[in-house]
Design a protein around this ligand. Sequence first.
Ligand SMILES: [Zn+2]
Length: 436
Amino acid sequence: MLCVSFVADVLARLTWRCGPGRVEGTERLTTPGGGSVAAVVTPAPCGATARRRTAQMKADDCAVCAAPLPPPSLRVPDVVVDASLLPASPAEARAVPRGELALARCPTCGLIRNLAFDPDLVRYEPEYNASQWASPAFRRFAEDLARDLVDRYDLDGGRVLEVGCGRGELLAVLRSAGVAVAVGVDPSFPPEAAAELPDGVSVLAEHFSPAHASLGGDAVLCRQTLEHLEDPLTLVRTLRHGFPAGSRVLYVDVPDAAAVFGGSSTWDLVYPHVNYFEQGTLVRLLVEGGFSVLSSGVTFGGQFAFAEAVPGSDAPSVPAGPGPADLAHLGRRVRQERARMSELAEAGRRVALWGAGARGVTFLDLVDEPRAVGAVVDLNPAKQGRYLPGSGHRIREPAELLEFRPDVVLLPNPVYREEVAGMLSGLGVVAELRPV
Ligand SMILES: [Zn+2]
């Protein structure tokens, strides 16, 4: 029997705010190879106590294949729980709630799970700031995806459903690509965003249920959602249960664990992602949920794993199992980047960081021990003038780089390299642009 209330509950938490709390200490980020690097712990006011699960953590079963998970092989204490917070002062920014990552990898299917994840640490409100949509590169990706799905699955004039649609940006893009009716379900959808939706696009600010699954007449999408769920298989089974007869495809994508633990997405290591999927793990999840996988792969510069599926029980045409993700990768990257930051600091170089998103927060928190970064900029006007959770940097608009005169601009998300290079050039800022 489906645990529908649980699905509703977890989908209600796709956006979040933190409760009070703070962890202090000088714990260590350890790697399976036995090496360890000190984890950055920023100074913070005493007194608050964050809820942690370390003491009562127990062996857990894999959320995809149900195999027993081994003990965590990578621990990162004190990560910022909510990188989307916009603190109003440096002190507030340094005192944001923190939680622990205790990552274990399933030997059978490759799922990487945070065994220390505490759902009580994250709170969800309709204020999620989908800053990716401020980027022209991300918008191009979304437009290409919509056009591709419309072409290959004959969705022109059709009807689609998106589960976990945020403010409905992708639904609007699908509408522009020819879809006639685009419906989203997301309990965090802010009422004021309804006025921005074009004709033919609507969003139900409700918890997801099997009844909603049937709204996807011709296609169902679920983007960047499964990684937030403690029990993603229940959502997949619910989608299967309500999948409309005649609907042509289920499209899902998630951050690719192989890119986070081994590729160019190292700093996409964020507390709300309780599970990390490689391509083969995502395939296995869909198969376990009653789908037959038509295709899978990676997209968005190799940062997302995606799969397309229809109900069925055929053996997948792509491998459903562990890929190249390597939990030891993070420790190596942290050590490598810390050494490079120390070199910059010792050389007296002026260093800026582009992007006040989750990756910027994670990078500064884990890597910038010497406090080499003197300026953080972001395109999103809502972030400018506020302070970065964790490090407490003031978030500046990119034009302020003219005054700051950086020698080096760090870019925690290399997929935006071309876009940022163009913007720096347009501003007249001459600096080395360094993906990290
Ligand atoms: Zn597994």
